[in-house]
Design a protein around this ligand. Structure first.
Ligand code: UD1
Ligand code: MG
Length: 460
């Protein structure tokens, strides 16, 4: 959409910092906002703007994982020593010199919401003002920790929290860290940046202070520029993203009884008139149909769910659920399931890597794994597909219309024929033919007067 505007540009994402302020055992850029690592938000924003020439400045520790995410979609340079954001940008010098582009977008790996529209609009401003640098900024109610923007009759400079005077700390206009530079201008000042500041770091913001043709593009909403330096800020980012996503679904006709505990990832689609209760998590790539009901305690990840389904306090992972299906309460649909129309899966049922045909009912206390189940099959209470012998897994097929009685075991691999019957309590090891009845349990033995006899023997 914005590709044409930014065609003569490239981007450098600074992502080598260790996130010392977070007290975490992992690299900061991999911390997640709504299950998505910070760096993925930043990278996707950049891509959506239409910038394809992207260089990531990263630490040795982060490189492998970044390559897993972005592969050949980015170039990678390592910053060996963490000497500050300008030092990080300087690692991309040969990328900047050899790319033949006019302008570069610098993005910070811990600032996830600078979106494509903001970036593109800032670039239009940067071009029209003929700036050497344009800083994307916003006013924050609590600007603590951010670089403050000092405007000296149109020419701006940035002063970091630690270096700011009391007066400067009162400034609410802050630096997002996202900046458009004319490449020539940035390269001309990179080696002039010193580390004479409270942190003894080489700041990229000093480059702004050294250039005379600078300007500031104010983002349309303040949350756009929020960053994550502390755990508290990371939690706040999650809350901001969560609220915005819920509001967007709500506007599209999804009904929420309460926002409380509802967490919906950025890649989730929900059809209209679906009702979502409190304490529901929808994670990863989920597609939920129209007029569904999802009740508290449900956790759905990478699943496609059709229309008119009812998911009650259940877990569903990496599976497809068709239309009019009822699941739960307290069911677990594990990865690899394909559940047909109007299926009923009741309480304490676990299904794994199985195809379940239309209108089949597995209503209570069952396990069905590695199984192909036809339509209109009934699994009675407590019936189990025994798919694992301690070493290998085997497949079982239950054909359409079969009736599997309560508390029976189907020892895989076994074939249960169409419209056949399995008597309750059976342990089935052999195939059952179409329309047959299989009974595989010991015949009942009743010993009349057993108690009387026992008492009689003990007390003659
Ligand atoms: C930075 C800005 C500040 C801005 C804020 C917005 C500087 C000097 N300050 O401060 O003006 O308001 O972001 O959130 O830039 N990094 C490296 N190598 C390093 C140091 C940092 O790659 O040696 C990367 C980090 O991974 C991070 C980014 O640069 O993604 C910013 O570093 P950080 O330490 O978070 O800077 P802030 O203090 O947040
Ligand atoms: Mg930061």
């Amino acid at each position: 959409m914005w590709g044409e505007k930014v065609k003569d540009t490239c981007a450098v994402i600074l992502a080598a910092g260790d996130g010392k302020r977070m007290c975490l055992g992992r690299v900061k850029i991999f911390c997640e906002v709504l299950f998505k690592p910070l760096i993925c938000w930043v990278f996707e924003n950049c891509k959506q703007t239409g910038i394809s020439d992207i260089c990531l400045v990263c630490s040795k520790d982060g490189l492998g994982r970044l390559k897993d995410y972005f592969g050949s979609g980015a170039k990678y340079v390592i910053q060996e020593e963490k000497l500050g954001s300008a030092h990080a940008a300087a690692q991309a010098e040969s990328f900047l010199r050899s790319g033949g582009k006019k302008d570069v977008l610098i993005l910070l790996g811990d600032v996830p919401f600078v979106d494509a529209k903001t970036i593109a609009d800032a670039y239009v401003f940067h071009e029209s003002e003929k700036n050497e640098v344009t800083v994307i900024a916003a006013n924050l109610e609590n600007p603590f920790g951010y670089g403050r923007i000092v405007d000296d009759s149109g020419r701006i400079s940035i002063v970091e929290e630690k270096d700011a005077t009391q007066e400067q700390r009162k400034i609410s206009l802050v630096n997002s860290g996202a900046m458009w530079f004319r490449i020539e201008a940035l390269l001309s000042v990179l080696d002039k940046i010193d580390n004479n500041n409270a942190s003894n770091e080489y700041y990229i913001t000093t480059a702004v202070n050294l250039l005379s043709k600078s300007g500031c593009y104010i983002a349309s909403a303040s949350h756009v520029i929020l960053g994550a330096n502390t755990n508290e800020q990371l939690l706040h980012l999650n809350e901001v993203a969560r609220g915005k996503i819920i509001a967007a679904h709500n506007q599209n006709g999804v009904e929420f009884l309460s926002e409380s505990g509802v967490v919906i990832g950025p890649e989730v689609q929900i059809g209209k008139d679906t009702r979502i209760f409190q304490n529901v998590t929808l994670k990863g790539k989920c597609q939920i149909g129209e007029r569904c009901v999802i009740t508290p305690g449900s956790f759905i990840e990478n699943a496609t769910i059709g229309n008119d389904c009812e998911i009650r306090a259940s877990y569903i992972e990496d599976s497809r659920i068709a239309d009019g299906v009822r699941i739960g309460p307290f069911a677990h649909i594990r990865p690899g399931c394909d559940i047909g129309d109007a299926v009923k899966i009741g309480n304490y049922v676990e299904i794994k890597k199985s195809v379940i045909g239309n209108a089949t009912s597995i209503a209570h206390l069952s396990y069905v794994g590695d199984c192909e189940v036809g339509s209109k099959v009934t699994f009675g209470c407590g019936s189990i597909v025994v798919n694992y012998d301690g070493k290998n897994k085997y497949k079982t097929k239950v054909e359409a219309g079969a009736f599997v009685g309560c508390n029976s075991n189907l020892i895989s691999p076994v074939n249960i024929g169409k419209d056949s019957f399995i008597a309750a309590g059976s342990t089935i090891t052999d195939d059952v033919g179409e329309g047959d009845l299989a009974i595989a349990r010991a015949r009942q033995v009743t010993k009349p007067g057993y108690l009387r006899q026992k008492r009689g023997n003990n007390n003659p």
